[in-house]
Design a protein around this ligand. Structure first.
Ligand code: MN
Length: 754
């Protein structure tokens, strides 16, 4: 079931789709023909018939289903197949799987049907796709379990994940007619797992589009604002790029090389990320300017010619020495190869330059599929394979559950990479933020377990030292060393984490042996048996989770078994005493407390259609105010928490706990005000504080909760906490302060530091 089919009940469709059946059928056939045309060069004898069978089977199976938009469901598998062919470069077998990808989940067709019609290979891929689709709709621990299944299928046959990405891309492109909460959930999942996965598969275009589409739903205002500014500045930017390129074209034309050179737009999401990360404005994001040079040269000359082009460009424009990235000599493990640099262009503006060959470009755009096509003859043929082996290893020996696993997987396998060197000069790829300890475990478990420190570029560093690309590392070991609990905070790779946990578990078992002996003696002293039943009684009584924990706690004297005398002994069995409920723990609903729990506040959020009123708290992480786009999240123990959809924690919550999200809406209420914060930067000027406070409390009659101003070297930075009624009021305030002389930037806070 894909995300759309999920609530695609054929009955409650409002038909917005206006074609009649005959027109619809024509349209379906037209899409199918287009698919055949795209596949033309790949079709071998007999393929056409197979494809036809798959198409007809899918049409028949989905014939009564419609999408939320009202169009016949079959348009979706057709579109997914088209993405597989055109945008990922997959072949006939994958196309057949794409056409059938939702049949086993949503229709009467079974895996056996597919097996007898198309054989094992195709049935297996569709099976993998069916399994993935249940992942995100389940609760979190099931989710992780299923996610592991996906990864196993993925390492079996990477086409599963490629087709899944095509499926997700099409769903994201056509999400407009879905309910808002559903959009938020799907967009969050996409930004959380699918976009990084696309990146890891080397599908840069798809990754970028997934990120932009997610942002369109998660942060619609920012998305529109940046899109507008991009289109407003387009002419100006094109003019600049042309000016930049002109002398280069001139030079390059004399070389006889076959070269294309053009401006490259930056994605909205990447611009937004930079704005957030660096705390700058749109206008200040310097590498809005980017160009790409693509060379058509034979494989054996690639490196040489790329550097030649680099040299010509940097003769014309000065390069920034820190910003040279050589992915020619050290391709990323997703297969990416290119030469990146940033140079100083006309008018003192930085321009990012990417140099790559046609082959490299195809790999950058189509990722894995293109990579395998070129696999023979390149030196990095096993980069993907290595990655798959690492995943399999990590899956093989991990026992943790739930979100931890997903998080670990992300930091270990989906993160950007750095490359570092062994003392002998061998290059190793590690995820970004890896420590010296990660490196030690990466080399060998035995080295990691004995690691006491490292020399990075000949300097002594602690085991937690974070590595950077280009570092050369020598690990220092000692036979007396052994892993400890806090090591877990110093590593990011799954390999290191698993090895440390294994070692800790072994140690714990050894210590627990002693506790086991103590317990045995005490029980026998009471005339009771050392039996699983009796041990369970004690485990439950002390609220532990395993026999091992009980033994360990006894051995380490955390539990002294004094309470054992409260137990009844019947035959060889012991019975736990009845728990005494402390009065304080009994919940007595009291009208008084309900009232004092700010009655007014509880009326602010209206849920669903029934407009019932529920108590809630505002997320401390993002401090929402009326008018913000928000969602409610049922947190364990703390009740309902309201978060902004652009809260720093939102994507994680929505992607992992979608089932705990509640629809929320602000009610109109002008009586209550909310605490929010602004950060102001400007030129230090006598009386600036006065001017600001005049606007806030004098002109706009807004209450100030706190105000701090710090000046340094002619600049001042201030934070103001104010009580506002809603977003509109806040915006008016921001606008008014921004227009004051000398004020450079006014931004809203959204962190706990308010
Ligand atoms: Mn689908």
């Amino acid at each position: 079931m894909d995300a759309l089919a999920n609530d695609n009940q054929p009955l409650d469709i409002v038909p917005v789709y206006s074609l009649n059946e005959e027109q619809e059928n024509k349209e379906i056939v037209r899409h199918y023909r287009a698919l055949l045309r795209s596949l033309k060069t790949k079709v071998k004898k007999g393929d056409k018939e197979l494809l036809r069978t798959a198409f007809e089977m899918a049409v028949e199976a989905h014939k009564t289903m419609r999408r939320k938009s009202g169009e016949p469901y079959i348009f979706h598998p057709l579109a997914v197949a088209m993405i597989c062919v055109d945008e990922i470069g997959l072949g006939i077998r994958s196309t057949i799987c794409a056409l059938l990808h939702d049949t086993v989940e949503d229709t009467d067709i079974t895996l056996d049907d597919l097996k007898s019609e198309f054989g094992n290979e195709i049935a297996k891929i569709v099976d993998g796709l069916t399994k993935i689709s249940t992942v995100m709709s389940a609760n979190s621990s099931q989710q992780a379990e299923n996610f592991k299944k996906i990864l196993l299928t993925l390492t079996d046959d990477p086409r599963v994940i490629l087709i899944k990405l095509a499926d997700r891309l099409h769903n994201m492109r056509t999400m407009d007619s879905m309910k808002h909460e559903k959009q938020l959930k799907i967009a969050s999942e996409t930004i959380w797992v699918y976009a990084p996965l696309a990146h890891r598969m080397g599908l840069y275009n798809i990754k970028t589009e997934l990120e932009d589409l997610s942002m369109k739903y998660l942060e619609p205002d920012k998305y529109r604002e940046i899109a507008r500014k991009l289109s407003e500045t387009k002419r100006e930017r094109t003019k600049y790029i042309n000016e930049f390129i002109r002398p280069l074209k001139e030079k390059l034309s004399h070389t006889g090389l076959n070269i294309e050179i053009f401006g490259r737009p930056k994605s909205i999401h990447s611009i937004w990320n930079k704005i957030k990360k660096k705390g700058v404005s749109f206008e200040e994001v310097y590498d809005l300017f980017a160009i790409r040079v693509i060379l058509d040269v034979p494989l054996e000359k690639e490196k040489e010619e790329c550097w030649k082009v680099y040299s010509m460009i940097t003769d014309e424009y000065m390069p920034s020495p820190e910003r040279l990235r050589d992915w020619l000599s050290n391709p990323k493990s997703n297969g990416y190869e290119a030469l990146h640099t940033t140079v100083m262009g006309p008018q003192g503006k930085w321009v990012e330059v990417q140099i790559r060959t046609k082959r490299m470009n195809e790999i950058a755009e189509k990722g894995l599929a293109a990579h395998f096509k070129y696999k023979e003859g390149t030196q990095n043929e096993d980069r993907f394979d290595k990655w798959f082996i690492q995943i399999r290893e990590a899956l093989g020996n991990q026992e943790e559950e739930g979100i931890d696993f997903l998080q670990d997987f992300k930091t270990s396998f989906l993160a950007e990479e750095i490359y570092v060197y062994t003392p002998k000069g061998e290059v190793k790829m590690l995820p970004i933020n890896s420590s010296a300890l990660d490196f030690a475990f990466y080399i060998h478990t035995a080295i990691g377990s004995k690691c006491i420190g490292a020399k990075v570029n000949h300097k002594l560093v602690p085991i937690s030292h974070k590595l950077r690309s280009g570092d050369q590392i020598e690990i220092i070991t000692s036979n007396k060393q052994k892993p400890s609990e806090d090591w877990l905070n110093s590593v990011v790779t799954a390999k290191a984490k698993n090895s440390i946990k294994d070692a800790l578990r072994e140690e714990k078992k050894a210590i627990a042996e002693e506790g086991k002996y103590t317990l045995q003696r005490k029980l026998e002293g009471l005339g009771a048996a050392y039996s699983p039943y009796n041990i369970d009684q004690l485990v439950n009584y002390y609220k532990l989770s395993s026999h091992l924990d009980l033994h360990y706690n006894i051995a380490t004297k955390i539990i002294d078994l004094k309470e054992l005398k409260l137990f009844q002994v019947i035959g060889d069995k012991i019975e736990a005493p009845k728990p005494i409920i402390a009065p304080a723990e009994v919940y007595v609903p009291s009208n008084d407390t309900a009232k004092t729990y700010s009655k007014k506040e509880s009326e602010l959020i209206i849920f669903g259609e029934s407009s019932d009123r529920i108590q809630y708290a505002l997320g401390k992480c993002c401090n929402p105010i009326p008018g913000d786009d928000v969602f409610g999240f049922v947190s364990t123990g703390k009740g309902l928490i309201i978060h902004r959809t652009n809260c720093p924690n939102a994507t994680q919550l929505l992607a992992n706990y979608g089932h705990r999200v509640v629809k929320t809406k602000w009610a109109k209420n002008k009586e209550i005000s909310f605490l929010t914060g602004l950060s102001i930067i400007g030129l230090d000027d006598v009386g600036v504080v006065n001017k600001i406070t005049n606007i806030i409390s004098g002109e706009l009659k807004i209450n100030i909760a706190a105000l701090t101003i710090e000046s340094k070297d002619g600049l001042f930075q201030g934070t103001i906490k104010v009580y506002v009624h809603d977003k509109d009021e806040l915006e008016v305030l921001v606008d008014r302060i921004s227009t004051l002389n000398g004020i450079q930037k006014v931004t809203r806070f959204d962190t706990e530091t308010v």
